[in-house]
Design a protein around this ligand. Structure first.
Ligand code: AMP
Ligand code: GLY
Length: 414
C-alpha cells in the first residue's frame, strides 16, 4: 500500500522512519516533510500542510491508501474529514473528535459528565469574570488559554498577582475562553492509546516528557525538551488504572456522544495521591514522546494501524533497550529566537537524530525552528541510553542551541 505522512516535525520524522520499515508499505510520501525524511520517503515540500485540497488531490493521484496525520493543526482544521469524504483512510481523528485536544472546555465537560478523574475547573469567557474568579480561588491555580497553544498556553499562578498577570496576558487581544484548574501534585506521565470508536488499546510502554525549558523543571513550558522510555517508576498497575479509569471511559464517552475517535489518543496524566488524573488529552502522538516510543517499538506500526481499523487484537512489542531523547533548541525558545544558524554536518537520516527545525541552505544545514533536533540514545539501561544520547548531543552542539542536561534523571533518581 502507499502511505502519506502529514507534518514536518520530529514526530513525523519518526513516524516516516518507522513506517518505512513496515512490510505493508510500498511507497511512502511526506507532506511537507523535512530533510531527515528524504531517504525514507518521497518528500513533497512544495505542498503546504494547510493546503487541504492539494493534499487530497495528491493522495488521489498517488493511490494513497492511508494518510497518517502527525500534528494537531490539520486535525483541528478538518483534514481527516476531507480525506475520508474522498474515500481515503486516515490515522487521525475528525475535526469533531480532535476537540478533545483543541477545546479544553469540550474535554473538561466530557470528563465531568462521565466521571473521569481530572482537576476541578472553572471556564470563563471574559476578562471581568476571570478577574473576579481569581479574587476568591485557592492558590496555586492553573490558568489555561483554551485552544491550541503548542504547550505554551498554561501558567501556574502561585498568588493573585501572578494570576492577574496571566489573565492580562490571555486577554490582551480581546475576549478569550480561559480555564482555571486546581493545581495537581505528583509525577507526570503520558500514555498513548490506539483508539477506534469504543475500542482502545493503550501502549504498555509509557514515555515521560520534560516540558520545562531548563534543568530541574525550571523555566517556561515548551513543546517538550526531551523524553525517555520506559518509565520504570510508573508501575504497570498505574498503567492499568489509567486504562480502566481514563482510557476506556473516555473513548466510550466519545463514542456515545457521537464524536468517535480514530487514531492515537495521548493521555497526559499526573499520578496524584488519589490515583492518576488527566491533565490534558492530545489527539495525536506527543512530540518528542513519539520519537522515543517509535524507536523502542519493535513491532510493525502500519500493521497495528490496520489491525486497529479492523478492531483486531493488538500486541505492541518493544525492544529491551531503553531510549532517551534530548532536544536541542534554538537559544531563546520558547520565546523569540533566531533562525538560520549553521549546523555541523550530521546524519539526518539514520534514526539517531529526529529533525524538528532544520532545513538545507545550499550545501549547509541551518536551523529553521525553535525546537531543532532530538538526539536519540539507546542502551540496555536508562543510564546507558542517556550517556549515548548526550554523546550524540556533543557531536552537534553549537552556540546557537541549548538543551537540558537532566533528561531521564527522574528515572535514575527514583
Ligand atoms: P497542558 O498544556 O494542559 O498539558 O499543561 C502544560 C503543563 O502544565 C503540564 O504538563 C503540567 O506540568 C502543568 N499543568 C497543567 N495543568 C495542571 C494542573 N491542573 N496541575 C498541575 N500542573 C498542571
Ligand atoms: N510533548 C507534549 C506534546 O506533544 O504535547
Amino acid at each position: 500500500m502507499n502511505v502519506l505522512v502529514i507534518g514536518a516535525g520530529g514526530r513525523e520524522h519518526a513516524l516516516a522512519y518507522k513506517l518505512s520499515q513496515s512490510a505493508l508499505v510500498d511507497e511512502l510520501y511526506a507532506i511537507p516533510g523535512n530533510v531527515g525524511m528524504e531517504k525514507v520517503a518521497h518528500v513533497e515540500s512544495d505542498i503546504a500542510e494547510s493546503d487541504h485540497k492539494a493534499i487530497v488531490d495528491f493522495a488521489q493521484s498517488h493511490d494513497i491508501e492511508w494518510v497518517v496525520i502527525g500534528p494537531e493543526q490539520p486535525l483541528t482544521d478538518g483534514l481527516t474529514d476531507l480525506l475520508i469524504e474522498s474515500g481515503i483512510k486516515v490515522f487521525g481523528p475528525t475535526r469533531a473528535a480532535a476537540q478533545i485536544e483543541s477545546s479544553k472546555t469540550f474535554a473538561k465537560a466530557l470528563m465531568k459528565k462521565y466521571d473521569i478523574p481530572t482537576a476541578d475547573y472553572r471556564s470563563v469567557t471574559n476578562k471581568q469574570d476571570a478577574l473576579s474568579y481569581i479574587q476568591s480561588c485557592d492558590y496555586p491555580v492553573v490558568v489555561k488559554k483554551d485552544g491550541l497553544a503548542a504547550g505554551k498556553g498554561v501558567i501556574i499562578a502561585q498568588n493573585y498577582d501572578e494570576a492577574k498577570e496571566a489573565v492580562e496576558q490571555f486577554y490582551q487581544n480581546g475576549d478569550a475562553r480561559v480555564i482555571f484548574e486546581s493545581y495537581l501534585e505528583g509525577e507526570e506521565f503520558s500514555l498513548m492509546t490506539f483508539v477506534n470508536g469504543d475500542y482502545a488499546v493503550p501502549f504498555d510502554c509509557i514515555a515521560q516528557d520534560h516540558k520545562r525549558a531548563y534543568d530541574n523543571d525550571e523555566g517556561p513550558n515548551t513543546g517538550g525538551m526531551g523524553a525517555y522510555c520506559p518509565v520504570p517508576h510508573i508501575s504497570s498497575d498505574v498503567i492499568q488504572q489509567t486504562n480502566d479509569l481514563i482510557a476506556q471511559p473516555i473513548v466510550k464517552a466519545m463514542d456515545k456522544e457521537e464524536v468517535p475517535f480514530f487514531g492515537v489518543l495521548y493521555i497526559g496524566a499526573i499520578l496524584t495521591k488519589e490515583g492518576p488524573k488527566v491533565i490534558e488529552f492530545n489527539a495525536r502522538f506527543g512530540d518528542p514522546e513519539a520519537q522515543v516510543l517509535l524507536t523502542r517499538m519493535e513491532s510493525d506500526l502500519m500493521q497495528h494501524i490496520v489491525d486497529l481499523y479492523d478492531k483486531r487484537e493488538i500486541h505492541f512489542e518493544w525492544k529491551s533497550d531503553a531510549v532517551v531523547g534530548v532536544m536541542l533548541a534554538s537559544k531563546g525558545y520558547p520565546g523569540a529566537y533566531d533562525k538560520g544558524a549553521t549546523l555541523k554536518d550530521f546524519p539526518v537520516d539514520d534514526g539517531q537524530y529526529f529533525i524538528s527545525g532544520v532545513k538545507r541552505d545550499g550545501e549547509q544545514l541551518v536551523t529553521s525552528g525553535g525546537r531543532v533536533v532530538l538526539a536519540v540514545g539507546q542502551g540496555s539501561t536508562i543510564q546507558d541510553a542517556k550517556t549515548n544520547a548526550y554523546d550524540k548531543v556533543a557531536q552537534i552542539e553549537n552556540e546557537a542551541l541549548f538543551y537540558r542536561n537532566d533528561i531521564s534523571d527522574k528515572a535514575l533518581n527514583s
